[in-house]
Design a protein around this ligand. Sequence first.
Ligand code: SF4
Length: 317
Amino acid sequence: MQSNNTSKPCTSWGNKPYHSLDYENKKQYGQKVYKLSLNAGLTCPNRDGTIDKRGCIFCSEGGSGDFAGSSLCSITEQIKSQQALLSSKVRSCLYIGYFQAFTNTYGQISTLKAIYHEALAHKDIIGLSVATRPDCLSEEVLALLKECNQKKPITIELGLQTIHEETATFIRRGYPLSCFADAVRKLNALQIPIVVHLIVGLPFETKEMFLASIDYLNYLPIQGIKLSMLHILKGTDLHTFYEQSPFPLLSQEEYMDYITCAIRRLRPDIVIHRITGDGPKALLVAPLWTSNKKNVLNQLHHHFKITNSYQGMDYIP
Ligand code: SF4
């Protein structure tokens, strides 16, 4: 789906050609807001045997939360230690508590209530971001999220990764697309903002398949998106598969092309929380170019500039 729209962006997002989270936070709070990655010590139905014991094929031992705090510490202690880690570069004191590792709506409702409330009660925490799966949003959980959202803003992050069922089966995501659509509908009815994760360069996915995932999201009431290159991490089943049956990974140039095309066709109001991610260096096997996040971001911004690209220019409502 492409338009011939060559006009200038009708919306300004500061110095970036896309609607970044940083821009949105500064607009809303008047200053930079930082995320503190927290580990609630929960697990995941895709790992505890409820759906599967192996987890998603790319998921690390840390449950895709390798930068989160230690689950041996209380939420308040984790907030304090994560603040200390940021202290050299942080000039504001506004923080989002980010429940990142594993599935953060998967547990006893009393446990979930305790951890959310502890984080929300902290004076420096202005809201929560809760990473989870769409099949872990029971009526009880939704009621708790609604209650918490009335205290301070809550955002739910859903790891969709792809809309294509054959890829979802290969990566062992463990739920169908219809489950995701249902979760979006329920969260939207509660006015809880949704951020969707997509992985770029999944095995056997073409550029057209990746862009089809963007097109699909454009027509859903979601508020944010996180894009990141597929990382092959040590100790994952994806690493074993890659060693046994190497498959082509995107080069940095190809990644820039995929991302630029995706942002050009992305709905302008969707906030971009991430356009590149850096996996934990000690675990990263490939592609190694992703480890230099600053360089990837600089190259991406340059690519936007030389191609005169901006968010939504190819979006057709
Ligand atoms: S849903 Fe998340 S925590 Fe669970 S296996 Fe997949 S990536 Fe890991």
